[in-house]
Design a protein around this ligand. Structure first.
Ligand code: ATP
Length: 225
């Protein structure tokens, strides 16, 4: 998905000063590593790209769609159809089984749930046998993969992942990166990966299909370790 923005900033109500972003453009077919320390604006930028926050200034275009030209209802519909989001806090519904959590993206859009797709994704992500499990009986890594499966349920064109390795040990951090790359290749999804975790940055260094936006440095370019 092609993405571009210019003059983009967001001023939180009660925030001291606006969070300002350097102009940027991502061509179709490339993935984006959004890098920057805590507080540099990664989550804010993801929320702007998802149409969950409205810019205080500037324009943002996602595959040619100007998000600010859509009303809230249109943005919700656009997000549901185009985007998968794995947030920093996973927001799995505690009272619902894994399978029912995976049905939510369809049910909340008024569409029939697709248990076959859920089971196929669970298989692909190593979650087989966990369909009836409640979220608080999952390991951290399993819950992460359920959140990833849920984000993929509606076959999004773009997958946003916010600090996906934050609470994972080295082995699981590598596994999550591997899974993201695998599903991106298998399902033709563009990835936007927000992280300050060197364990995720290093394996992406020098890859021709990845771009970097470094929010601390205000710099775009190739991914470097
Ligand atoms: N709801 C809010 N109200 C006021 N200020 C906020 C709010 N959310 C974020 N901010 C501020 O906006 C700036 C960017 O925050 P943001 O969460 O986007 O950064 P981040 O790079 O994602 O950080 P982290 O890696 O810790 O999640 C910070 O200065 C933060 O304090």
């Amino acid at each position: 998905m092609s993405i571009q923005w210019s003059g983009l900033s967001h001023h939180y109500a009660g925030g001291a000063s606006p969070v300002v972003f350097p102009d940027f453009s991502l061509p179709t077919g490339r993935h984006l590593l959004l890098r920057g320390p805590s507080g540099s604006g990664k989550s804010t930028l993801l929320a702007l790209m998802a149409g969950l926050l409205t810019p205080s200034a500037g324009r943002i275009q996602m595959a040619g769609t100007e998000l600010s030209a859509l009303n809230a209802r249109q943005r919700d519909a656009w997000r549901g159809a185009q985007l998968g989001f794995v947030p920093q806090r996973l927001h799995l519904s505690a009272s619902l089984s894994v399978l029912d959590n995976l049905a939510l993206p369809f049910i909340s859009a008024g569409l029939p749930p697709q248990p076959e797709r859920a089971l196929a994704l669970m298989q692909q992500l190593g979650l087989q046998g966990l369909a009836a499990r409640l979220p608080h009986h999952l390991s951290v890594g399993q819950a992460q993969r359920v959140a990833l499966a849920r984000a993929l349920m509606r076959q999004p064109a773009l997958l946003l992942a916010d600090e996906p390795s934050a609470s994972l040990d080295d082995a699981h951090a590598q596994q999550v990166l591997h899974l993201l790359l695998e599903v991106a290749a298998a399902q033709g999804v563009s990835l936007i990966l927000a992280t300050h975790d060197g364990r995720l940055v290093q394996p992406l260094a020098g890859r021709a299909d990845w771009s970097l936006l470094d929010l601390a440095a205000g710099r775009a370019g190739e991914v470097q370790a």
